[in-house]
Design a protein around this ligand. Structure first.
Ligand code: RB5
Length: 151
């Protein structure tokens, strides 16, 4: 599975820790920046390229981190085909994939620590969409809404 990760200054330290962890776990991981800590940088500059990569299939799943995770989720959901959510616990990390085909996980670098972040990420990465009829029906409705609003 190909993973992409991105963060602004609010998530930079956590991104560096998680990047190393995912490399050690043999994930194919691409870093979309920031390359260094710049207290003046802006989260859309890193999250948008990551979201494009998820939307185009260049990576299978994305992890975006800003200070709260809110800005990252807002940017990521601007891209067609991206289903992003701010996640703070493990249940939603896997259920979001199983039911809603979550493909871009957002974290708050100023909100959670590295140990919880690791558990959330593994719950997200190990989960699979179930494809059950009721879930697909809902996703089809989301596609309709998305197709209308991107016209
Ligand atoms: C940056 O200071 C902060 O506003 C940003 O990382 C993020 O929390 C936005 O949602």
């Amino acid at each position: 599975m190909k993973i992409g990760i991105a963060a602004d200054h609010g998530g930079f330290t956590l991104k560096q820790q998680l990047f190393r962890l995912l490399e050690e776990e043999d994930y194919h991981i691409t870093d979309f920046g920031a390359e260094s800590l710049d207290l003046k940088d802006d989260y859309p500059d890193y999250v948008a390229p990551l979201a494009r990569a998820v939307a185009s299939g260049l990576v299978d799943r994305g992890i975006a981190i800003c200070g709260s995770g809110v800005g990252a989720a807002i940017v990521a959901n601007k891209f067609k085909g991206v289903r992003a959510a701010l996640i703070t616990e493990t249940y939603s990390a896997h259920q979001g994939v199983e039911h809603d085909q979550l493909n871009l996980l957002c974290l708050g670098g100023r909100v959670i620590g590295p140990e919880l972040a690791k558990e959330i990420i593994f719950a997200f990465l190990h989960a699979h969409y179930t494809g059950e009829e009721r879930h697909q029906r809902r996703l089809d409705k989301l596609d309709e809404i998305e197709n209308d609003s991107f016209k």
